[in-house]
Write a protein that binds this ligand. Structure first.
Ligand code: HEM
Length: 512
């Protein structure tokens, strides 16, 4: 790109044989590209010989250029330099509110130290380099995560980290030493959850082994045979076997007491025979292990079921991508070894509840980060979009919408960090007692906020927010999928109720 041209020279290339234009001071020779341009030939002929920067950014995302630059750029305008930022993998965004305040240069935070900053950087480089390209490809083709990416994630400890702090991280190399397993705390966990969702692919996000994240803790905490437990953990953490949590049924969702899948002990007591169905099971289509809620003679219990005779999984078409592997599962006379019982019979509720807080908290981390990405998209769009001869941002009605979106995102991040600080300083038992309610309220509140943010962002982007490619593709994805977080892991209504009921348990005899 060493060649330089004057603007007058560029202006001479206006024919089909030689069609040049300028974008951000770079000179493009589009003569060979005209036929292939997805937006058609005539629009390029109209801008031939001119500076098309404004026209280009009114119609395309910046990333479009990265794909074509090496073929089309022939030089720069003499005496000028490109000014539009092309982020490198791992870079922070300089757009206001595009990063949480702790990552904004002028702000300080009491919660994060050097190891958090190192981990953030390493996680973002990993996401930008490996996860985002595959996530976008799987969203488009609906296929499941590749074994190559799973193994890559496993190698850098990403699968281990997603289960939160604990012994399973000790001695594991985490993103090439960015943080030691022993020092990994809930703020590391928070930032990992937030960095991971920057790939902007909600279906793939669950498809990238979310089933393991909610299923494996039940095995880790409740399987009695230590040797078998370790073997299963090794298989799952190494990405050799996939696992999911199979609780919900068409008969019962949040109301787990209503489950109808049965597990009957064989007369010799060595096996259970399982019959029943499960619905909406994330990763179920490609899982090898199913952590399954069943009814035994004694009551609600949890069994680890291995894929085999009598287990069938069918994909369910949902409004996010098939990459999530959402399944309808049938168990027909499935023979399960008795030692696969997790915890005790009739105490399955403790196994199921044991990971709920962490799951809901992780979902809150993710949704808040997705809201922030939407804020960034809307700020960029309203700043670059020209309409009625003005930038969109010059319309007060747009600024009001942005103000609301920013305030909702920032306030939830601050609430999240306050709760996370408590998680760092409370043992598990106290967390269960004191934080179940607040985490439920936080998740309920952020998905309500996501509802507002999705709605306003579509109004800001207009028709572009309804198409799956081009300028509004992130908004389209968010608006189509934010409801998953308002239902999965406990619906808004159930969580709101939980929050208030837990508060009432602490209610003193106080009167007005
Ligand atoms: C190197 C320069 C360019 C490249 C690589 C390029 C590439 C593309 C691509 C990939 C699309 C499909 C939509 C998307 O993915 O965003 C598109 C659409 C389009 N392009 Fe270009 N383009 C270039 C320059 C221009 C210029 C200078 C104009 C002039 C006005 C233009 C007008 C359009 C229009 C009108 C559409 C359809 C937009 C829509 O559906 O909303 N393009 N272009």
């Amino acid at each position: 790109m060493a060649e330089t041209y004057t603007r007058d020279e560029v202006a001479k290339h206006t024919t089909a044989d030689s069609l040049w234009f300028i974008i951000d001071s770079k000179v493009y020779d589009a003569s060979e590209f005209v036929d292939a341009h997805p937006g058609g030939e005539s629009v390029l002929r109209q801008v031939a010989g001119t500076d098309a920067t404004v026209a280009f950014y009114n119609l395309h995302r910046h990333e479009v250029l990265a794909k074509y630059d090496s073929d089309l750029v022939i030089g720069t305008v003499a005496g000028e330099k490109p000014t539009i930022i092309t982020p490198a993998p791992g870079d922070l965004s300089p757009v206001p509110y595009a990063e949480p305040l702790w990552l904004t240069p002028t702000y300080k935070s009491p919660y994060y130290g050097e190891s958090h900053r190192r981990l953030r950087k390493a996680a973002r480089v990993f996401t930008d380099t490996y996860i985002t390209p595959e996530a976008q490809a799987r969203e488009a083709d609906g296929k499941y995560i590749s074994q190559e990416l799973v193994e890559r994630m496993s190698k850098v400890g990403l699968l281990h980290m997603r289960l939160g702090p604990g012994k399973h991280l000790h001695g594991v190399d985490l993103l090439d030493g960015a943080v030691k397993g022993e020092e990994y705390d809930y703020f590391h966990d928070l930032l990992m959850a937030q960095e991971g969702v920057r790939a902007n692919a909600r279906g793939f996000q669950d498809g990238s082994l979310a089933g393991m994240v909610i299923g494996l803790p039940c095995v880790m905490n409740f399987m009695k045979d230590e040797k078998r437990k370790k073997a299963i953990m090794d298989e799952v953490f190494s990405g050799k076997k996939y696992m999911c949590l199979a609780i919900t049924e068409a008969f019962a969702g949040s109301d787990v007491a209503g489950l109808r899948t049965t597990a009957t002990k064989t007369p010799d007591g060595r096996h259970y025979i399982v019959n029943g169905t499960k619905k909406w099971i994330t990763n179920g289509v490609f899982s090898d292990y199913f952590v399954t809620g069943v009814k035994t003679d004694k009551g609600l219990s949890v069994l680890l079921i291995e894929r085999g005779e009598g287990v069938e999984t069918k994909p369910i078409k949902t409004s996010y991508s098939p990459a999530a592997g959402t399944a309808y599962i049938t168990f027909d006379d499935v023979k399960v070894p008795a030692e696969n019982l997790l915890g005790e019979e009739n105490k399955g509720i403790y196994v199921i509840l044991s990971n709920f807080n962490h799951e809901r908290w992780t979902m809150a981390c993710a949704t808040i980060r997705q809201c922030r990405t939407v804020v960034e998209e809307c700020l960029k769009w309203s700043h670059q979009r020209l309409v009625f001869g003005k930038r969109l941002i010059e319309q007060p009605v747009i600024r009001q919408k942005l103000a609301k979106m920013i305030a909702l995102t920032e306030s939830h991040q601050a609430w999240l960090e306050t709760i996370t600080y408590q998680m760092c300083h409370m043992p598990y038992k106290e967390q269960s007692k004191h934080l179940g309610g607040p985490i439920g309220l936080l998740k309920m509140s952020i998905t309500r906020a996501a509802h507002e943010i999705a709605d306003e962002s579509v109004q800001i982007f207009g028709g572009r927010a309804l198409t799956q490619s081009g300028m509004g593709k992130v908004i389209e994805m968010f608006h189509r999928t934010y409801k998953f977080d308002a239902i999965l892991g406990g619906s808004e209504e159930v969580l709101g109720d939980l929050g208030v009921r837990q508060a009432m348990r602490q209610m003193p005899n106080a009167k007005l």
